[in-house]
Design a protein around this ligand. Structure first.
Ligand code: ZN
Length: 544
């Protein structure tokens, strides 16, 4: 006798839950909620029945608690598809944080590791096969990683043979289930690359049905050129493009999102598939290298120390850094740089650049700040929060119809270090501050951006919506209460208003508490399966 998948699922669920009534039709029922289905449609009253990893029933007429082996109360709450985080730093360490608590407590059920710099799991397949985690995860393959492996810190273009090796790394990861190519062109050594190099790698991602995402080369004075470059890569390599965490930053660039979004409108009008994501904060967070011109860090730490010991080189460096501080970062207000971690002087974790400059007996001029940063870099650098964006730009970008949401967060242990508060609060802040309080978007539209729209972008048409037959990734939250509580002074603080989080049919958070379930899967489907094709002109493409 053949057992249908339907019967098999029923059999397994009754076996696993011996105490449950055998008459239960569903594994889980969600009762009393208002469904916002992720398509942008208005809320409606319905109960939901889950079976196995799927949404089996949406019952407008209602279900009873005994219809499910377990019942979740959603009275007065919104039942939405689980949120999809389009960019977070989980690529090499998510296995150390199986519950991904600072993400799942935000209602996030899928995390996209669109790595911008540094390491990535390579080969990818053994890593994703080994994962036992709560959320679903998807991986990109990084331009930075490929360049670093082949060229190290060298500031030059690859030879044809070297480019081939880089393309092979991208092809290996795409074959293993990466969903596209990511770049972090602001970082060294990635920013030694010309657009042609990125295009050559993006073409490999394209023929595997992948997409291209980028942390752009410049989010300050050069932001418009960087948007043009990102569009150029997508348009030339013929694959969907996406700006990660779009922002305009720097004391002299406020308001420039009007032009940056107009560039995207123009690209869309000529047929380029192009989108973006945002994190809802006016401060960014990254390493100290962004305070430096890229030439200054070429060749690694020893070369840097030699440069700052050379009076002529040092003078040139100071001038370039002063310009970066004044134009690209917070200007003369040194409180706008807040240290996260200073390994050479941990007493300053969480303190500002002004604090440090004054502690060294200096006056606090921008020139003083440059000297301190040069010195800190020689001792290993730092990570910092840069308060350098304008609220009006953040709102304008959130409102833009092609904008999704990301946390740009790190998996963290509670009270470990000094993370950007987005790590704990990006999605609740989006729904609390920007949707409920500022009314930048309606709630159904805001939900659509972080569910069905985000799922479609990564090729997950069976996620991100509450329809029968779809995967049961579901977040149940209180729309009147949802809010972030982490801020720049107290970053380790969980959000409020999120009641239940279900991933692949299994409650991961039930009534605010973790269940210990680890139902997350690696999402390796091709984002654009219709575009998978052999391409003899591009090395690394699938063979015919
Ligand atoms: Zn980034």
């Amino acid at each position: 006798m053949r057992i249908s998948p339907f019967r098999a699922a029923l059999f397994v669920s009754t076996l696993l839950l011996p105490g449950a009534a055998f008459a239960a039709t569903y594994d889980v029922v969600i009762l009393g909620g208002q469904v916002i289905d992720g398509t942008g449609a208005p809320a409606y009253r319905a109960d939901i029945g889950l079976k196995g990893d799927r949404i089996a029933r949406i019952a407008r007429e209602g279900l009873k608690a005994e219809d499910g082996a377990q019942a979740l109360d959603a009275k007065g709450l919104v039942v939405a598809p689980g949120f999809i985080d389009h960019h977070a730093h989980i690529a090499t360490n998510i296995h150390e944080y199986p519950l991904a608590e600072n993400f799942t407590r935000q209602g996030i059920t899928t995390i996209v590791a669109s790595l911008h710099s540094g390491a990535q799991p390579y080969p990818l397949k053994p890593y994703i096969d080994s994962l036992r985690v709560a959320p679903n995860v998807a991986f990109f393959t990084g331009h930075s990683f490929a360049r670093d492996r082949v060229l190290g810190m060298q500031n030059r273009a690859p030879t044809p043979a070297e480019l081939l090796r880089m393309q092979k790394i991208v092809a290996d990861s795409m074959r293993d289930g990466a969903i596209g190519l990511s770049s972090g062109l602001v970082y060294v050594p990635a920013n030694y690359a010309k657009p042609e190099e990125v295009i050559a790698l993006a073409k490999v991602a394209a023929c595997w049905g992948g997409i291209y995402v980028s942390h752009m080369r410049d989010e300050g004075a050069g932001v418009l050129d960087s948007v043009r470059e990102t569009i150029q890569v997508a348009e030339t390599a013929k694959l969907p493009g996406q700006i990660n965490h779009h922002k305009v930053q720097g004391a002299t660039q406020m308001g420039w999102s009007v032009q940056s979004l107009a560039l995207i409108d123009a690209a869309r009008a000529r047929g380029v598939d192009f989108t973006l994501d945002v994190y809802p904060y006016t401060a960014s967070s990254t390493g100290s290298s962004v305070m430096f011109p890229s030439w200054a860090l070429a060749g690694g730490a020893e070369a840097y120390r030699a440069r700052i010991a050379d009076p002529a080189e040092r003078k040139r460096l100071e001038a370039d850094m002063l310009r970066i501080l004044m134009v690209q970062r917070g200007g003369a207000d040194l409180r706008k740089l807040q240290f996260r971690r200073v390994p050479s002087d941990p007493a300053f974790d969480g303190k500002t650049l002004e604090d440090m400059v004054k502690a060294r007996g200096l006056k606090g001029t921008p020139q003083d700040a440059v000297q301190v940063i040069i010195d800190l870099q020689a001792k290993g650098g730092f990570t910092a929060i840069y308060h350098v964006m304008d609220e009006a730009d953040v709102e304008r970008i959130i409102r833009y119809p092609l904008t999704m949401v990301d946390s740009d967060g790190d998996p963290v242990g509670f009270d470990d270090g000094f993370p950007h508060p987005r790590t704990y609060g990006a999605f609740p802040r989006y729904l609390g501050r920007y949707v409920r309080e500022k009314k930048v978007l309606s709630l159904p539209e805001a939900i659509r951006r972080i569910t069905s729209m985000s799922a479609d972008q990564i090729g997950q048409k069976q996620r991100g919506r509450i329809v029968e037959g779809s995967f049961a990734d579901i977040t149940v939250f209180d729309a009147d209460r949802i809010a972030d509580t982490a801020d720049f002074e107290t970053p380790h603080a969980y959000p409020v208003g999120i009641r239940h989080v279900i991933i692949n049919g299994q409650p991961v958070i039930r009534a605010g508490a973790f269940t210990a379930a680890l139902p997350g899967r690696a999402l390796t489907d091709r984002p654009r399966p219709d575009r998978v094709r052999p391409d003899p002109s591009t090395p690394g493409c699938p063979s015919a």
